[in-house]
Each structure stands twice: as structure tokens, then as C-alpha cells.
Design a protein around this ligand. Structure first.
Ligand code: C2E
Ligand code: CA
Ligand code: CA
Length: 495
């Protein structure tokens, strides 16, 4: 409008000031309109581009869901509305439980595909006015306004969980991913940051309570999470400060009663909290990714310790060393090199190293898992399935993967000598291992009745408090000295 008026008025009063064209000087109004048209077109293009950029900066490019910025904005509006008219809004934080495994084993494109499918499922489950956003990585959030009550939001959380519990099909494979959900409700006076932080805290709680569940925020959760963050910070320094140690639990051959080897179990000598077991810190270690560093240290140290004992007790029969590997260690591209190096440095025969993995890793049977296990088996190390029987029902992987040993979980061993309880599961597992020619280790043996029963069933090895608790290195040294004195290499079980 300005251009049209400006050009028209000046074009009439002093044509040569605006136009240098005889045609234009003759028809100043028409030319003023033409100029105005050009300016208008340019403005429209600029506004469209601006809107498009704006849209982009509020949208997640992979899933097209609102991003963190827009989500915060919407939460802010919801809180402002709630000030005028009391209403409960809820923020639900949704975090996938096994996203990292999928990404590591099937690759990033598969991970992206999974995230897109998750976004679709979440969108379908919420009510029309609710906002579903992707906050980053595998973290999603839902803003539900005008909830009838807190139970309403929890019900929505359950619906979201159910939607994500349905198996996903990726690369022709079915896999379950699962999620943990934290819910926080708006309280008058809350800021956006408060509400989001509370939902995050509740989500942490849902995860640490065993994943695959919904937790609603309660004020005292905050302290627990702070403690966790403190642990996380400490962890970074602990490895450097040499605060990690290994304890060794002896494993016995049931037929002869002889000591057959040890399982290395990680401990953290915490400067103020004392000696901590894996359950106090391992989940955090795994989440922070420090597991690869600590895991490599464990492998190296366990092998070196075995070497030291072999040097000190040359008359001992061959002893094995079992080391636990967490899934992320198996997925680490250098794991084969790390194991090779640990064996070489300690001059350990690969056959004497046993790597323990839980069933969960085997089940998805991604190409990476198969490849890693085969490479490790090719080194000559033995592979054991830890906590066998607690994970999944599919046993098909047992035949396809290079597995040597099954460790039957304590829960099944507990029942084995109990007259009132059913020991069929343990019996079936031992029978299965025998037909598949796998060695079998009974875990958590606490009573001699169990030992007798396991021997009857033909179980090969056993480990548990009845024989020995996990011991400090010096304790093992003492035990080996006594065995040497007796020259029998027998411990608690007579032949
Ligand atoms: P796990 O591999 O199943 O190890 C056996 C656990 O059972 C050990 O607990 C051991 O102390 C305990 N245990 C042994 N015998 C008995 C018994 O007779 N009765 C009872 N009640 N418990 C018994 P711990 O040392 O607390 O380790 C817990 C878990 O932490 C291990 O379970 C393993 O999954 C993990 N872990 C330990 N060290 C490492 C490590 O270096 N790396 C990795 N990735 N995981 C580790
Ligand atoms: Ca183990
Ligand atoms: Ca176990």
C-alpha cells in the first residue's frame, strides 16, 4: 500500500524522481500498482518462508511431532490457563526401555523406523486435544489437559504402555521394546521446569523399579533421584581412583567335589558408603555407558588374577574364570579385541575363560549378536547363559548359537529339594542341557539337600553360599593354600 501511494503521488508530482521510463511517466498510477504488486509478491514469499522455518523449529524432523520447544510452550499455556480456572494437567514422560539395544544391533535406520512407529502409536492412543511430543532420542512426552483426576492420567499411562507393549516388526523381525512412564500433575504455582522435572523424576523411578511400568511423581522421589545423580557423578571418578574391585565366588564340580573355577563379581569400595554390590550401581553404570570401560577392566583384571593364582599354585588343576558381560559390552564393536587382549596379556588359555551373558541378549538374535558370539567362540572361550530360565521361553537360540554352559537361576534351585514345592522346572532344564550336551551350573545353592538332589539329577557344577560366598582375593588365596596343603583340591563336598 505504501509503495503504491508513494509511487503514485511522487509519480504525479515529479515523475522523473521515480520513473526513468517515458511509458511509466505517462501512466504513474498503473506503474505504481505494478511496483506494489512486485513488493507484495516478495513479501508473501518471505512470510511463507518465515512460517515454514518457524514450523520447522517447533517440529521434530523424524516423527513430525512437536519438539521440546513447542512442548514447553504448550505446557506453559496449560499452566497459565490453570491459574484462571483450576484444572489438572498431567505431563507423561515416556522412555523406551530397549531402544539402545535395537539401535546397536539392527542399526540406526531401524532405530529411526522404530521411533516413527512409536510416534504413530502414541498419537493414536491420546485424546484429540492432547499434545504428543518427541523430546529427543527415545524420549517422548504427552501433555494431557483437563484431566478428571489423577487416576485418569494413570489410566492414560497404562494405555500408552499397552500400545508400546505390542511387538514391533523391524527388518522382518518381531521385537518387544517396552517403555517406562513417569507422570506429574500440575500443582498451583508450578513452573514449566518444575512439572517437566517431576515427570522426569517419576520416569527414572519407573525405570529403576524394573521398567515397563507407570510411576506417578511423589515429592520424596526427588531425594532418591538426587542420590542417583550423585552416584553417577561419583562413578566417573571411581574407575580412575581404582575403587572397583573383584570378588571371586568358587564353582565346584559336583561329581568329584573339586574346585573347578571362579566367577568374578564386581564390587565398588565407595569412600563413604562402604562396599557396594552390583545392584547398587550397575544399572547406573550401564546407563551412563561407563560399562564398557569398567567391563574391560573387569575382564583384564579377572584374567590377570587367574594368572597370578596359576603362578602361585602351579600344582592346581586347570581353573576357569567366569566373567559377566552386559549386553552393551557385547554390542561394543571392539569386544573381540578386548577379550583377545585380556587373554594374551595374562597368558590364559582361552578355554579357561567363560563369558556369561543373560538370555535377553540372545532372544532378539540380531545379526550383530550372532556375529559377536561366533567370533568370541572362535577365539576358544566358552559362552554361558546366565540366570537361565528367568528370561524368555524361546529355546530355539540354544541350538543356533555357540553356547557351552547353562547357569540355572537360583529361583529354580531354591525349590529343588523342597518336598512341598515343585522341582520339575529345574529337572527339565537339567534334562534339556544333557540332551543338548551343554554343561550345567546350579546357582545359589544354599543347603546340602540341594547338593544331594543336584548330584542325583546329574548336574555338573554348582555355586552358592553353601560352598562359599564371593571371596576377597586374599580369601581365595587362603583357600587355595589349604587345598594345596591337603593336596586334594577338595572343598566342602567330599567325593
Ligand atoms: P549373577 O551373575 O547371577 O551372580 C550371582 C549372584 O548371586 C552374585 O551376586 C552372588 O553373590 C549371588 N549369590 C551367589 N551364591 C548365592 C547364594 O547361595 N545365595 C544367594 N542369595 N545369592 C548368591 P552379586 O555379586 O550381588 O551380583 C549380582 C549380579 O550383578 C550378578 O548376578 C551379575 O549379573 C551382575 N554382575 C556382577 N559382577 C558383574 C560384572 O563384572 N559385570 C557385569 N556386567 N555384571 C556383573
Ligand atoms: Ca553370572
Ligand atoms: Ca546368575
Amino acid at each position: 500500500g505504501f509503495v503504491v501511494i508513494h509511487h503514485a503521488v511522487l509519480g504525479t508530482l515529479d515523475p522523473s524522481a521515480v520513473y526513468n521510463h517515458p511509458e511509466a511517466t505517462a501512466h504513474p498510477f498503473e506503474w505504481a500498482l505494478i511496483h506494489g504488486g512486485f513488493v507484495l509478491a516478495a513479501s508473501i514469499a518471505s512470510v511463507v518462508a518465515w512460517r515454514f522455518n518457524e514450523e520447522q523449529s517447533f517440529k521434530d524432523s523424524l516423527t513430525h511431532l512437536p519438539n521440546r520447544r513447542l512442548f514447553r510452550d504448550r505446557v506453559g499455556h496449560a499452566l497459565a490457563r490453570a491459574q484462571r480456572r483450576p484444572a489438572t494437567s498431567a505431563v507423561l514422560f515416556v522412555d523406551l526401555d530397549k531402544f539402545k539395544d535395537v539401535n546397536d544391533s539392527l542399526g540406526h535406520p531401524a532405530g529411526d523406523e522404530l521411533l516413527t512407529t512409536v510416534a504413530e502409536r502414541l498419537r493414536v492412543v491420546v485424546r484429540p486435544g492432547d499434545t504428543v511430543a518427541r523430546l529427543g532420542g527415545d524420549e517422548f512426552a504427552v501433555l494431557a489437559e483437563d484431566m478428571a483426576g489423577e487416576d485418569d492420567a494413570v489410566a492414560m499411562g497404562e494405555r500408552l504402555l499397552a500400545a508400546l507393549a505390542v511387538p514391533f516388526v523391524l527388518r522382518g523381525k518381531e521385537l518387544t521394546v517396552g517403555a517406562s512412564i513417569g507422570i506429574a500433575f500440575s500443582v498451583p504455582g508450578d513452573t514449566v521446569d518444575d512439572l517437566l522435572r517431576n515427570a522426569d523424576v517419576a520416569m527414572y523411578k519407573a525405570k529403576s523399579d524394573g521398567k515397563g511400568r507407570v510411576a506417578r511423581f511423589e515429592p520424596d522421589m526427588h531425594a532418591a533421584v538426587m542420590r542417583r545423580i550423585e552416584t553417577e557423578n561419583y562413578l566417573r571418578g571411581a574407575a580412575d581412583a581404582g575403587e572397583f574391585t573383584l570378588h571371586y565366588q568358587p564353582i565346584f564340580a559336583l561329581r568329584t567335589g573339586r574346585l573347578s573355577g571362579f566367577e568374578a563379581l564386581l564390587r565398588w569400595q565407595h569412600p563413604t558408603r562402604g562396599l557396594l554390590g552390583p545392584s547398587d550401581f550397575l544399572p547406573v553404570v550401564e546407563e551412563t555407558g561407563a560399562i564398557t570401560t569398567i567391563g574391560s577392566w573387569t575382564l583384564g583384571e579377572a584374567c590377570q588374577q587367574l594368572r597370578r593364582w596359576m603362578d602361585r599354585f602351579p600344582q592346581a588343576p586347570p581353573l576357569s574364570m567366569s566373567v559377566n558381560l552386559s549386553p552393551s559390552q557385547l554390542f561394543h564393536p571392539d569386544i573381540v579385541d578386548i577379550v583377545t587382549e585380556a587373554l594374551a596379556r595374562a597368558r590364559i588359555d582361552p578355554a579357561n575363560l567363560i563369558l556369561e551373558l543373560t538370555e535377553g541378549v540372545m532372544v532378539n538374535e540380531g545379526p550383530v549378536v550372532v556375529d559377536r558370539l561366533q567370533s568370541l567362540a572362535a577365539l576358544g572361550v566358552q559362552i554361558a547363559i546366565d540366570d537361565f530360565g528367568t528370561g524368555y521361553s524361546s529355546l530355539s537360540y540354544l541350538r543356533r548359537l555357540p553356547i557351552d554352559i547353562l547357569k540355572v537361576d537360583k529361583t529354580f534351585i531354591d525349590d529343588i529339594a523342597d518336598q512341598d514345592r515343585d522341582s520339575t522346572v529345574a529337572r527339565a532344564i537339567i534334562g534339556l542341557a544333557q540332551t543338548m550336551e551343554l554343561a550345567i551350573v546350579a546357582e545359589g545353592v544354599e543347603h546340602h539337600e540341594q547338593v544331594a538332589e543336584l548330584r542325583l539329577l546329574g548336574c555338573d557344577f554348582a555355586q552358592g553360599y553353601w560352598f562359599a560366598k564371593p571371596l576377597h582375593v586374599d580369601g581365595v588365596g587362603a583357600m587355595l593354600s589349604i587345598a594345596t596343603l591337603n593336596d586334594r583340591w577338595l572343598a566342602h563336598v567330599g567325593p
